[in-house]
Design a binder for this molecule. Structure first.
Ligand code: ATP
Ligand code: MG
Length: 204
């Protein structure tokens, strides 16, 4: 499961857990992105912070693990390159690979680079996300012949949580308690990420 995880939140964890159970996955590997190589309106906090927050969020789950593969690259990474590397480590003769995303992100990933090749390398699990209709998703999937068998839409209860919402709440001094694990909340305050001020939700 790739993402900027800026920061990781309950929506990510819930999506990963639903995918794990639904598709009987042995392991879910969380892989925070490196720093983007192209100009963005808002840069994510350094990948070291995002890696540490992700580790804090998942370390009590026996089937969740962390990969530094993208975070440690100096160059901008593309999902296609990451999946090629993973395929070498987990060959198709012995392993099935599923790339877990939200339905919004699968669209972005497949519109990037070599969609057919991406679908050969890995299957995709696209979890439902607020404001992203199934109809729109299905229409999009018709563009790729392999999509029907390689992309699996997974309907899950919609949690209207995003990293952007959390960053906005922090800047406004609102509480993010229960939107992120307590360990991640503490970490954000300790390192004063996202220009947070002392929040109403902060207990220590
Ligand atoms: P931002 O608001 O900065 O875009 P985000 O909340 O979308 O962040 P990402 O790190 O971009 O988080 O997302 C990683 C993956 O998790 C994406 O595939 C995204 O679609 C999915 N995802 C994030 N939040 C949710 C959610 N609440 N429900 C389902 N999927 C989600
Ligand atoms: Mg996003």
């Amino acid at each position: 499961m790739g993402g900027s995880f800026n920061p990781i939140h309950t929506g990510h964890l819930f999506l990963a857990e639903q995918a794990r159970v639904c598709f009987q996955l042995q392991e879910v590997i969380f892989m925070p992105t490196g720093q983007p190589g192209y100009p963005k309106a808002e840069l994510p906090v350094d990948s070291v912070y995002r890696m540490e927050m992700t580790l804090l969020a998942i370390n009590d789950h026996p089937h969740f693990s962390l990969s530094s593969h993208e975070a440690e690259q100096d160059q901008p990474t593309f999902t296609i390159h990451t999946l090629k590397t993973f395929r070498k480590k987990y060959p198709s003769q012995t392993h099935e690979l599923f790339f877990i995303t939200g339905a919004d992100a699968v669209r972005d990933i497949l519109q990037w680079k070599e969609p057919e090749e991406l679908l050969h390398l890995s299957q995709f699990i696209a979890g439902s996300r607020p404001q992203y209709a199934l109809k729109e998703f299905k229409e999009l999937m018709e563009q790729w012949p392999l999509a029907k068998t390689r992309i699996h839409f997974m309907q899950i209860p919609l949690l209207e949580i995003s990293s952007r919402l959390i960053r906005d709440y922090l800047r406004q001094g609102k509480s993010i308690r229960y939107l992120v694990p307590a360990s991640v909340e503490d970490y954000i305050y300790k390192h004063q990420l996202y220009s947070c001020e002392r929040s109403v939700g902060q207990t220590s």
